[in-house]
Design a protein around this ligand. Sequence first.
Ligand SMILES: CC(C)(COP(=O)(O)OP(=O)(O)OC[C@H]1O[C@@H](n2cnc3c(N)ncnc32)[C@H](O)[C@@H]1OP(=O)(O)O)[C@@H](O)C(=O)NCCC(=O)NCCS
Length: 182
Amino acid sequence: MVTLVRHFAQPSMVLRDAFLDAQRDYASGDGAPDADGLTLADLTQGTLASYIDGTANGLFPRPGVRIGRPGAELWWVGPATEDGNGPEVVGRLSVRHDLVPALHNRGGHLWFSIRPSRRRQGLGTELLRAALPVAAGHGLDVVTLICAATNTAACRTIEAVDGELDRTDELGRRWYKLPTRP
Ligand SMILES: CC(C)(COP(=O)(O)OP(=O)(O)OC[C@H]1O[C@@H](n2cnc3c(N)ncnc32)[C@H](O)[C@@H]1OP(=O)(O)O)[C@@H](O)C(=O)NCCC(=O)NCCS
């Protein structure tokens, strides 16, 4: 029997259609794709292959991400089903090696998201738990996760994986610490 589980996958043009489907979902639910500021038009009019290649190989410059370190950008992928649906890009993980100030409003060491139509099904908790060994593999023993206190979904997801509240800063952001190894 084949066990069908969600898993992290490197960004790849093989998953192009599933990725674009997810980005349409983000655009309609959140107002924009979850793709480093790229619009749907950017993604569908020529930038997609270089964006995917750059993020997969760690060559796309991004705050806090050490250049040339592949595997810092991953898609959370659900399997194809027998009725012909999928595979589905359910969410996204970005690992950032250095906690530069630009990341204080953008999650901290990890950015994680679940596509809007699939939220509140336990998938964010599942993704974040699975992200910890990935972060450990990038040399991070403890990650700092930062979210606005008003982002209840993010705060509760971090707490669901035993993130420990370290402090709340003057801008109302919660700083959590989370060990990446048991
Ligand atoms: C944060 C996010 C990933 C959560 O994903 P999710 O799949 O909905 O999370 P889960 O279903 O695993 O829920 C985790 C917890 O958050 C709670 N939760 C989720 N959405 C919520 C909401 N809108 N309001 C209140 N609580 C919420 C759940 O009830 C659950 O709490 P519990 O463990 O006490 O029962 C998702 O909302 C998202 O992608 N947000 C936009 C990106 C973002 O803010 N990322 C955080 C970066 S720090």
